[in-house]
Write a protein that binds this ligand. Structure first.
Ligand SMILES: *Cc1c(COP(=O)(O)O)cnc(C)c1O
Length: 422
């Protein structure tokens, strides 16, 4: 290491760790990152997360803390809260949840008792673990009933949602998910939840950035609670927020602290505030729309190459490919694409005959490549690489994968990523 290293103190103290960070920087620079829940944060967000705000304990909420010395921290958290309220158009925001899963757990704590019935989309249909799936605490300590998508359309089955909700009378209904390529009809969920007397939680972890950028309808005013991570399309640090109308503010705040957590991660709160400020700029609207335009263009280019896409395409940032017709299992494809410098994740597809650890699908998305400035004119190239990579996975052609890897690195070099040393 010399004095041009981007992390001089780290390199001096812990060269082993510094080398790993450097290697990760190189990997994130050279590869085409298509995991739809990932992104690149800005240099400003990175800097905020690396500040001495880290050093401060501040259990409680602004103006109501259990520790002194909050002159600055209170203002940091208030900034984040006010920006979240303005951006999402909500009465109340809690910016303290450590991540999306604890945020959702706080929602259960606020509105349900152990053993109560809760409802969400099944994990293999595109829901999240924390929506009542069996291996999650939310499916173990609550009675999770699960809805899915229709086999013929790949779209949410609202007949099933209504029927289940009226029959099972869940305390809480979650909508939103991790592998849903289509617009979520929050109004339809809101109507069903009201009919069933349930609290509707819109978990917009994946699409929060699209919502505030005007590229996906907002769950306001249909949902009682909005849960979101801050690190996916919103382009903030790893963290989460809970938002609601005033009537649920107290219950949510009490559930997060002291119900579930101790001191908030103030460096993360600061970085959330920065990300929210960035997301309020006109350029972020352009970003959100470009993410969707890129996903649509990529979906078209994949369809043209004979790929089978769940629901036939995408309305948002995400594409779920069923590789069954290509006769390559999702995991083998994902691992081969990784060797080709294209980072994706294998994923179940609805009604997948294969096992979750060896499923039929691959999930991809455009938030990261859009953050680097790739546009619709690059999507045919991306689809071509995926097509060649999957074919090479099927035939075991390692040389073809290395050729793709070099081509990818070459293109990526002309699209420098935010926050990475050049
Ligand atoms: C990512 C995600 C979460 C969980 O977030 P973590 O920060 O990984 O705990 C919850 N719900 C949905 C819909 C998600 O996509």
């Amino acid at each position: 290491m010399n004095d041009t290293t981007p992390h001089p103190a780290l390199a001096a103290t812990d060269p082993e760790l510094a080398a790993l960070v450097g290697a990760e920087e190189q990997l994130q620079a050279e590869t085409l990152r298509l995991i739809p829940s990932e992104n690149y944060v800005s240099q400003a967000v990175l800097e905020a997360s690396g500040t001495v705000l880290q050093n401060k304990y501040s259990e409680g909420y602004p103006g109501r803390r259990y520790y002194e010395g909050q002159q600055n921290i209170d203002q940091v958290e208030t900034l984040a809260i006010e920006r979240a309220k303005a951006l999402f158009g909500v009465d109340h925001a809690n910016v303290q949840p450590y991540s999306g899963s604890p945020a959702n757990l706080a929602v259960y704590l606020a509105f349900a008792e152990p053993g109560d019935t809760v409802m969400g989309m099944a994990l293999p249909m595109g829901g999240h673990l924390t929506h009542g799936w069996g291996v999650s605490v939310t499916g173990k300590w609550f009675r999770g009933v699960q809805y899915g998508v229709r086999q013929d359309t790949g779209l949410i089955d609202f007949d099933q949602v209504r029927e289940l909700a009226l029959k099972e009378r869940p305390k809480v209904i979650f909508c939103g998910g991790t592998a849903l390529p289509r617009t979520i009809d929050f109004a339809a969920f809101g109507e069903i939840a009201r009919e069933a007397g349930a609290v509707l939680v819109a978990d917009v972890a994946h699409i929060a950035g699209l919502i505030v950028g005007g590229a996906h309808p907002s769950p306001v005013p249909h949902a009682d609670v909005i849960s979101t991570t801050t690190h996916k399309t919103l382009r903030g640090p790893r963290g989460a927020m809970l938002m609601s109308r005033e009537e649920h503010a107290k219950a949510l705040d009490k559930a997060v602290f002291p119900g579930l957590q101790g001191g908030p991660h103030n460096q993360t709160t600061a970085a959330i505030a920065v990300a929210l400020r960035e997301a309020a700029q006109p350029s972020f609207r352009d970003y959100a729309h470009a993410v969707v335009a890129n996903a649509r263009a990529l979906a078209e280019a994949l369809l043209a190459r004979g790929f089978d896409l769940v629901s036939g395409g995408t309305d948002n940032h995400l594409i779920l490919m069923d590789l069954t017709p290509k006769e390559v299992p999702g995991k083998i494809a994902a691992k081969a694409l990784d060797r080709a410098g294209i980072v994706v994740n294998y994923n179940t597809v609805p009604y997948d005959p294969r096992k979750p650890f060896d499923p039929s699908g691959v999930r991809i998305g455009t938030p990261s490549l859009t953050s680097r400035g790739l546009g619709t004119e690059q999507m045919a190239q991306v689809a071509d690489w995926i097509d060649r990579g999957v074919a090479a996975a099927g035939s075991g052609d390692e040389d073809a994968l290395l050729t793709i890897r070099a081509e990818v690195a070459d293109l990526m070099a002309s699209f420098p990523a935010p926050g990475l040393p050049v």
